[in-house]
Write a protein that binds this ligand. Structure first.
Ligand code: MN
Length: 273
């Protein structure tokens, strides 16, 4: 059976309880973990150990916190006050963990679903989304990864231009796939607002509600947006249910056209703010 799992953020105990709850068998089942595997929770290293040990039974997408870890590890970025990445960064085998992480994908198409950490732009269809994700994946896996990570951060450009190349292009792709919540009808990003879908800035939509979105015919599963809570509609699954904030960790079992939501309650590891 195939499962989708929302943001774990270093809450390995909750992940263990969730896998037990669904009766997960690595030889029979597969989980797709929708990014933000690490950070803010108490067990970032243990979470990577658990997921990596599952081999092909766990497809793990990269989220913004996972990219932050890569950027800190490669020296291009300072750690944040609330980071809980020390157990990985100080591990004797840290290079192996960082190397494993930088080989994870940013998007995945499986079982009829498109899976990303945060979302997509309205102009992108599924094939375009996967191709653009692959451009970033190639940069992360290549020899210039350190330099790439040092230019990865920034909120510009705010809109997609197919002709834009280089760091600007990859930064926009990353900001969409791992950070988007709201955008305008023409796909201009707002990367500031973090409230729920009802709090769209003027002229903006939740990315999945933009009229004419070109991925509309394909169901999309994503995490990242904890203030949205669980969204379970025919064309959409939003699965960041705030585990690290004392919410829940959520899995969805995909069984043909049927879905089953499985959740475990989580201990609060971080207070907002
Ligand atoms: Mn995120």
């Amino acid at each position: 059976m195939n499962y989708l799992i929302g943001d774990v953020q270093g809450c390995c105990d909750a992940l263990d309880r969730l896998l037990a709850e669904i009766g997960f068998s690595p030889s029979r089942d597969r989980i797709h973990v929708l990014g933000d595997l690490v950070n803010r929770g108490p067990q970032s290293l243990a979470t990577l150990r658990r997921l990596r040990a599952l081999g092909d039974a766990a497809v793990c997408l990269l989220g913004n916190h996972d990219l932050h870890l890569l950027a800190v590890a490669h020296g291009g970025r300072k750690a944040h006050r609330n980071d809980t990445l020390g157990d990985i960064l100080q591990a004797p085998d840290r290079d192996a963990w960082i190397d494993w992480l930088r080989h994870r994908p940013l998007a995945c198409s499986a079982h009829g679903w498109l899976m990303v950490h945060a979302g997509v732009l309205p102009q992108w269809d599924v094939a375009t989304t996967l191709a653009l994700a692959n451009e970033v994946e190639s940069a992360l896996r290549g020899p210039g990864v350190g330099e790439f990570l040092s230019v990865m951060y920034g909120d510009e450009p705010q809109a997609w231009q197919p002709s834009v190349a280089g760091a600007q292009r990859l930064r926009l792709i990353i900001n969409v796939l791992t950070r988007i919540r709201f955008c305008t009808a023409d796909g201009t990003l707002d990367l500031v607002s973090k409230e729920g879908a009802g709090a769209a800035p003027a002229g903006h939509f939740a990315w999945f509600d933009v009229p004419g979105r070109r991925t509309a015919g394909t169901p999309i599963a994503f995490g990242h947006w904890s203030t949205l809570g669980l969204v379970n509609r025919p064309d959409l699954l939003a699965l960041d249910t705030g585990c690290v904030w004392g919410g829940r960790l959520t899995a969805v079992r995909l069984d043909g056209d049927r879905r089953e939501v499985i959740q475990v309650a989580c201990e609060q590891a971080q207070a907002p703010g």
